[in-house]
Design a protein around this ligand. Structure first.
Ligand code: FAD
Ligand code: DHB
Length: 394
């Protein structure tokens, strides 16, 4: 069986795995990335769309942000709509930062192009992936490529294989603790050939449920509707989607901009975290270690924050033999993870209607949003968390 020797074996070519490989490459640390899907699949998979300033900065500072700088939409604030009122939270004024609209698949494309451009190993469509030896100090990853068995021998394994990957389940049940919360609703997401309704995102609270208006370009709208957890997408014709979006976003501001719907899908919502994020020489990063409901736009940003911390620790190990940052990896990440869990849960329960809630909860939500948008301290809380907590806090 062919065996590849490398320093870091990376399972999964999502934002986490690809960025980690890139950050290590810049410091001359070799790695091999394996991915179960095809290149075309990961480059077209429709997911998150919002980058914190810090996430965008890391792409720019490491030479993979050229297209991002050219094509992203920079937003200095966001709108919250409730009771039909449109309120603005001005990030520039409050925290002097912005967020960028730049789709996850574009981040993936840029990182794949960089990796293939400098000719480092990135293998697609691998199968039967298994990790071994991470507890004993001789880690290896076995897999099949083109129907042939292969293996990677490495110093460390980075489990960047998402929520359904194989790395987290390879940690013995007694050595890992899971924290989980499911929500009784889901998001129906659409992509449409319609210019954005407002120039920035609109998060709408409504008695009929939450709605979010976002965008991909000056001519493409992305929008989400809160729907039931077991919702059947076939019950949602294009007309019904636009009608419901119009109802939930009615009031002050521009009338809903409509157009041809080009894609639609339903995503479940959950909060999940595991502790620790490390077992021996296996390090989990991104969705492999945690999931947040999408309301706070944090999933991809948290994945990027994890691998910045992991890359820093691996670089310190290879450059100066330091092990303290590797030992602190899980502890360091989890401080941010739980703050982001808290924010994502908070905005989710604040803006969604829950069947178990009564009219008291509706009044409480409205008062909470009224405070959040009316008080500078409230707006500051949203702004500080939404643009991304500083890395110095980690
Ligand atoms: P992933 O992007 O999941 O990458 C993991 C990679 O590992 C995948 O390419 C997968 O194919 C591969 N893989 C899995 N198993 C194996 C294996 N055994 N061997 C090799 N490779 C493997 N976040 C937001 O902020 N806003 C959103 O609107 C939003 N929408 C989302 C919609 C959907 C349908 C999903 C699933 C997620 C969404 N997220 C959203 C979350 C965000 O996309 C994720 O947090 C982000 O993708 C995390 O990056 P990652 O690299 O950790 O994981
Ligand atoms: C997008 C998705 C989110 O979940 C969010 O909170 C903001 C923006 C998006 O897809 O653009």
């Amino acid at each position: 069986m062919p065996r590849i020797k490398t320093r870091v074996g990376i399972v999964g070519a999502g934002p986490a795995g690809l960025l980690l490989a890139h950050l290590l490459h810049l410091e001359g640390i070799d790695s091999v990335v394996i991915e179960s899907r095809s290149r075309q699949y990961i480059e077209t998979r429709l997911r998150a769309g919002l980058l914190e300033q810090g996430s965008a900065d890391v792409m720019i500072e490491t030479g993979v942000g050229e297209r991002l700088q050219r094509e992203c939409l920079r937003h200095g604030g966001v709108y919250i709509k409730f009771r039909g009122e449109l309120k603005h939270i001005d990030f520039q004024d409050l925290v002097g930062q912005s967020v960028m609209i730049y789709a996850q698949q574009e981040v993936v494309k840029d990182l794949v192009a960089a990796r293939l451009g400098y000719n480092e190993p990135l293998m697609f469509e691998v199968g039967n992936v298994a990790v071994d030896g991470h507890a004993t100090g001789t880690p290896s990853i076995s897999f099949t490529a083109d129907g042939k068995d292969q293996a990677i021998d490495c110093d460390f394994i980075a489990g960047c294989d998402g929520f359904h990957g194989i790395c987290r389940p390879s940690i013995p049940a007694g050595d890992i603790k899971m924290f989980d919360r499911e929500y009784p609703f889901a998001w129906l997401g659409i992509l449409a050939d319609a210019k954005p309704t407002e120039e920035e995102l609109v998060y709408a609270h409504h008695e009929r449920g939450f709605a979010l208006l976002t965008m991909r370009s000056p001519t493409v709208t992305r929008a989400y509707l809160q729907v039931a957890r077991d919702e059947d997408i076939n019950q949602w014709s294009d007309e019904r989607i636009w009608e419901e979006l119009a109802l939930r976003t009615a009031g002050e501001g521009n009338p809903l901009s409509v157009g041809k719907i080009t894609q639609k899908g339903i995503t479940d919502m959950r909060s999940f975290a595991c502790e620790p994020m490390q077992y021996g020489r296996l390090f989990l990063a991104g969705d492999a270690a945690h999931i947040v409901p999408p309301t706070g736009a944090k999933g991809m940003n948290l994945a990027i924050a994890d691998v910045r911390i992991l890359a820093r620790a691996l670089i310190a190990y290879y450059k100066s033999g330091r092990t303290d940052l590797l030992e602190a990896y899980s502890r360091t990440c989890l401080k941010r993870v739980w703050k982001v869990q808290r924010f994502s849960w908070w905005v989710t329960q604040l803006l969604h209607r829950n069947d178990q809630d009564n009219d008291f909860d509706l009044r409480r939500q409205i008062a909470d949003i009224d405070y959040l948008t009316g008080s500078r301290a409230g707006r500051m809380t949203w702004a500080e968390n939404y643009v991304g907590l500083p890395m110095e806090w980690d």
